[in-house]
Design a protein. Structure first.
Length: 603
């Protein structure tokens, strides 16, 4: 007798607590021994996911509750990884919508919920973090209902159950006055409310590949839901693309399902199961893996095209090869090809000479995550400024437009509106949301938002929250002014000296500190005027035997401005590059020598 199943996805905005809630569910379902050491945010397995506190890859897990196996899929909450979420929803039969008790529904909530409702999934709404001092759970329930109505939910979906929870503390309740004990009300509600998967065991085997990753022992692993039939290990299968064309034929060398965070080998799978298979070399996401008798592919969502790209080349600075071990174009090319094979949201193309590579993605964060991962693996490379990818339609150039939702203290709203207007954004809504906050909604070209994050934090004194979501393609909006300030460029190679930096402080803000290694053509600071300026940061104090009172005071340096990798990428102008090594991130001019820069400017 096969075990009873439930398949459910958890969707929410960034930082609303999905992964923490799943941790608590896994701990309370009896998956771990009492004395077992368990880390926080079990589902965020990558180093970058743990550090940044965001989910980058969708991941399935499984628990047993009252003799029913519940497959739970943790999904990314950031818009740059939204393509992953859309496909994952095809594996689920129900969905948990998690919303912060203070922030309420946010843009990514709207995006993913719309997809879930369109697929006919029945939602369970959880208002999380109700113990927050600024929580307003009952108002948020009203906002969620309004969002359901705006997204054309049907009458069954509008009649959603509501739970109030603290994922971190591991409890949920049906009424705010109830005793706060455990997550049992949620687990029981999943069994009662989420429908069983449809199981046609007599049809030919067919599953939809939804996630693709690579395992050092198994090779390419495809995860998806078996939609019909059964399959055994070593069975012959073929894979079909969206048009029904045969991609390849092969054998199911490994069949696995999920237990907790582990993949466990099984001999047989059947309709309704979420499984992982190995043994197919060319099949990718959105393809149908099926019995050779099956002639028609399963319905799937095509992969969204990228909206932004960067050019990656070999590091050719004077410090090349000193800090990383993987420095050749061949090594970089192989790594990028491997990424494009397992990450379907990334596109790869190369120049004719195979010495520069264009990588496309959904946004600065997604591209930044790839570059940061390569940096930690020991690669050295240079990265260009991100640029948006245009579409040509009926002889017109179309550019990607994003919906931007900004929550700011009301006193800063005019500064934010002015900044976004300069970037060709159009405001569509402005409303008070209580506690002295204003919510502004804009439609802005993606290229106008490159580098806007740091300007936004300055304008709002670090108190604003900005969320972006791809909206559509629209006619080109015209030129957008770039960075106003020039840069300070080192005119020599060596180690920066505190005395020189002290004397240059009135010229602008420095990016480096005392004893930082620099080279000719490296950007060491931001000029407080609009032109670039070459400076000598190696100039020490001339030593003489003459002493005068008041001239030998200790040098006092202002702290340098530290930029993150994404901020550095956004800071670049067209004639500048970012040098990335395992030890350092450095801004530099494309042409390091002064006369080469003048020649390029004339041309």
């Amino acid at each position: 007798m096969p075990q009873e199943l439930r398949n459910i996805a958890i969707i929410a905005h960034v930082d609303h607590g999905k992964t923490t809630l799943i941790d608590s569910i896994m701990k309370q379902s009896g998956m771990f021994r009492d004395n077992q050491s368990v880390s926080e945010r079990l589902m965020d397995s990558g180093d970058l996911e743990k550090e940044r506190g965001i989910t980058i890859l969708a991941k399935p897990t499984s628990i047993n509750w009252r003799d029913v196996r519940i497959n739970i899929i943790d999904t990314p909450g950031h818009a740059d990884f939204g393509g992953e979420v859309e496909r994952v929803l095809h594996m689920a039969d129900g969905v948990i919508l998690l919303t912060d008790a203070a922030e309420g529904p946010m843009p990514q909530t709207k995006f993913v919920l719309g997809k879930a409702l369109a697929l006919g999934l029945r939602p369970i709404v959880i208002i999380n973090k109700v113990d927050r001092a600024d929580g307003r759970p009952l108002e948020v329930v009203e906002e969620v209902f309004d969002l359901f109505v705006a997204l054309d939910a049907n009458e069954f979906q509008l009649d959603f159950p509501v739970l109030y929870a603290s994922g971190r503390d591991g409890w949920c309740i049906t009424e705010l006055i109830n005793e706060r004990l455990s997550l049992e009300p949620l687990l029981d509600l999943i069994l009662e409310y989420v429908p069983r998967p449809k199981q046609d065991l007599h049809a030919p085997f067919a599953m939809l590949a939804t996630l693709l990753d690579s395992d050092q022992f198994l090779g390419r692993c495809l995860t998806g839901k078996v939609l019909q039939g059964t399959a055994k290990i070593n069975e012959q299968v073929c894979s079909l693309d969206l048009n029904g064309g045969i991609i390849e034929r092969g054998r199911l060398t490994k069949l696995m399902h999920f237990e907790g965070t582990r993949r466990v080998p099984v001999d047989r799978v059947e309709a309704g199961d979420i499984i992982c298979i190995a043994g197919l070399a060319k099949t990718s996401v959105s393809d149908t893996i099926c019995n050779v008798e099956q002639k028609h592919p399963l319905q799937s969502t095509p992969i969204d095209p990228p909206t932004m790209s960067v050019t990656i080349t070999v590091n050719d600075s004077p410090f090349a090869g000193k800090e990383g071990k993987k420095v050749t174009s061949t090594m970089i090319r192989q790594r990028l090809l491997a990424e494009a094979e397992t990450n379907v949201a990334i596109t790869f193309s190369e120049s004719e000479k195979k010495d520069s590579f264009e990588i496309g993605g959904r946004g600065e964060l997604q591209l930044g995550v790839l570059i940061e991962t390569m940096r930690r693996e020991g690669f050295e490379l240079t990265v260009s400024r991100p640029r948006v990818l245009y579409k040509q339609e009926k002889g017109q150039r179309l550019e990607p437009i994003e919906e931007v939702i900004v929550d700011v203290d009301s006193e800063y709203s005019s500064a934010v509106i002015d900044s976004l207007n300069r970037r060709k954004a159009e405001m569509s809504d402005m409303r008070e949301v209580g506690a002295g906050k204003t919510r502004l909604t804009f439609f802005a070209p993606s290229r106008g938002l490159i580098g806007f994050q740091s300007k936004f934090l300055t304008d709002t004194r670090g108190t604003g929250v900005i969320n972006r979501l791809f909206h559509n393609y629209a006619n080109y909006k015209g030129d957008i002014p770039g960075r106003r300030n020039g840069v300070l460029i080192s005119n020599d190679t060596g180690h920066a000296v505190a005395y020189a930096l002290f004397n240059l402080q009135d010229r602008g803000v420095m990016f480096i500190s005392h004893q930082t290694p620099v080279y000719q053509g490296m950007i060491v600071g931001e000029h407080n005027r609009d032109n670039d300026l070459e400076v000598n940061v190696l100039k020490g104090k001339k030593l003489t035997n003459v002493r005068a009172s008041g001239t030998d005071d200790a040098v006092s340096l202002s702290p340098p401005r530290n930029l993150s990798l994404e901020e550095m990428m956004a800071y670049l102008n067209q004639d500048e590059l970012l040098e990335v090594t395992p030890m350092a991130l450095r801004l530099r001019k494309q042409y390091l020598l002064s006369h080469e820069r003048k020649k390029a400017a004339r041309n």
